[in-house]
Write a protein that binds this ligand. Structure first.
Ligand code: HEM
Length: 414
């Protein structure tokens, strides 16, 4: 499974069918293969599958009451309000805030000895998040303290001992959650008063058409969750893009030509279609959230298999994105699959599921597109990077994917 997850799942699917009952670390779950099962679970027409108890099992105590941990009417109510912080106008403002920080951040890469792209993106997105998400001027030691707390909260969910036992990642995650709560509560009154172009300020201002607004507690819960939801996902997306553009230098050159020919304004950067296709193809081959869990709130069936009430089910974008029925030659990096007339992403309603689907579909999808394309726009214009021709990245898929060697590259300034 670890060595060859796709091959292993193909084998299991062929031998036992579309739904496989598994025991993972003491939890029984039903792995559901294929696009039709994904549609049934994610689109969730019968309102059977709940996200909160499923994700809550893994990350609940650290990301309590984040949007993905809410369900049904309450979830929709929060999503309506949050949507106001993700409008087209808001995206333009976030872009303006991020561009100078992207430029100054990338400038520093020239001095990095033995650059590892995954490490560089991770740090860069964390620094950027403080500007675009939080928008509070902090002295360096305070930035470091918040970054550290944030990383500990994310690690909490990977703890093997899932209880508040001192010294475990779980206990450190709980302590970190307190630090983050205290931080956001401290800055909240000034944000409510002064506003700003950052996400924190936009959540304070957000009001749905029905006049619903967030309480202080909602804003703190959502901010902590949003930081987490955006960080590793964007890091792995960019790492996958960097890896594939290094493995296929002809695509890197095409992308560079497009970036050099494009203007620097929001519409040109976000409208760079080649970069969009490269991003999608990199996410298809390496889905940043490889598996999406739900809990059945009552007995139901998937593709004719009985799913008991309370059971965990999972959909795997990582696996489904390699299904040759929808994605011919699925292991091959080919951004043109997303171009007309091929449009392999239209081969099924759920063919491309890197951002999920249905009511819980990623609210930050466009934000991610703006941030990733803005970074690559600058990166391609500033540097050329490469890996040895026989290099294959050692992808760790135990939790969210990451290259175990952090993706070492040769980076040269153009
Ligand atoms: C390339 C980067 C990203 C990827 C691949 C990604 C992927 C996903 C996926 C797969 C889900 C659905 C999870 C499920 O159904 O169980 C999701 C939900 C979510 N994402 Fe993202 N995400 C990305 C970036 C972002 C960013 C930048 C933000 C915020 C600024 C964000 C905020 C959220 C939120 C709030 C949810 C929960 C939505 C809901 O429950 O209604 N994500 N994301």
């Amino acid at each position: 499974m670890r060595r060859d997850p796709i091959g292993h799942n193909d084998y299991a699917r062929a031998k036992w069918g579309e739904v496989l009952k598994l025991n993972v670390f003491g939890t029984t779950l039903y792995a559901c293969y294929g696009m039709d099962a994904a549609e049934k679970i994610m689109i969730n027409r019968e309102r059977v599958f709940a996200s909160g108890p499923a994700w809550g099992h893994f990350i609940g105590p650290f990301f309590n009451r984040g949007l993905m941990l809410l369900d049904f009417d309450e979830h929709l109510q929060h999503k309506r309000v949050m949507q106001m912080a993700f409008t087209n106008d808001a995206m333009r403002r976030y872009h303006q805030v991020m561009v100078p920080h992207i430029r100054s951040g990338l400038e520093q890469w020239a001095d990095v000895k033995n650059p590892r792209m995954n490490e560089l993106f991770k740090k860069h997105t964390l620094d950027l998040a403080l500007e675009t998400f939080v928008g509070v001027d902090l002295p360096q030691h305070e930035q470091d303290r918040i970054n550290k707390a944030f990383i500990a909260a994310v690690r909490g969910g990977t703890s093997i001992i899932r209880a508040n036992v001192p010294g475990t990642p779980w206990a450190k995650g709980l302590a970190a959650r307190k630090v983050l709560e205290e931080f956001f509560y401290t800055h909240l009154p000034a944000k409510r008063r002064d506003g700003g172009d950052d996400l924190f300020a936009q959540l304070c201002l957000a009001e749905s058409e029905e006049g619903e607004r967030f309480t202080d507690e909602d804003i703190v819960n959502h901010m902590i969750f949003l930081l987490m939801a955006a960080h590793d996902t964007s890091t792995i997306t960019m790492s996958s893009m960097a890896y594939h553009l290094a493995k296929y230098p002809e695509w890197q050159e095409k992308a560079r030509e497009a970036a050099l020919a494009s203007g620097d304004d929001y519409d040109s950067v976000v409208g760079n279609e080649l970069l969009e296709r490269i991003m999608k193809e990199s996410m298809r081959l390496c889905s940043p959230v490889p598996s999406l869990p739900r809990v059945a709130t009552r007995e139901t069936s998937i593709n004719g298999y009985r799913i008991p009430e309370g059971a965990f089910v999972t959909v795997s974008p990582y696996y489904n994105h390699h299904d040759p029925q929808y994605w011919p030659d699925p292991f091959h990096f080919d951004p043109d699959r997303f171009a007309e007339p091929r449009r392999e992403d239209h081969s099924h309603r759920m063919a491309f599921q890197a951002f999920g689907g249905g009511v819980h579909k990623c609210i930050g999808m466009y934000f991610a597109g703006v941030q990733v394309r803005s970074i690559f726009h600058e990166l391609l214009r500033t540097y050329r990077w490469s890996v040895p021709s026989d290099y294959t990245w050692p992808l760790d898929l135990v939790a969210l994917p990451f290259p175990r060697d952090r993706l070492p590259v040769t980076l040269e300034r153009i």
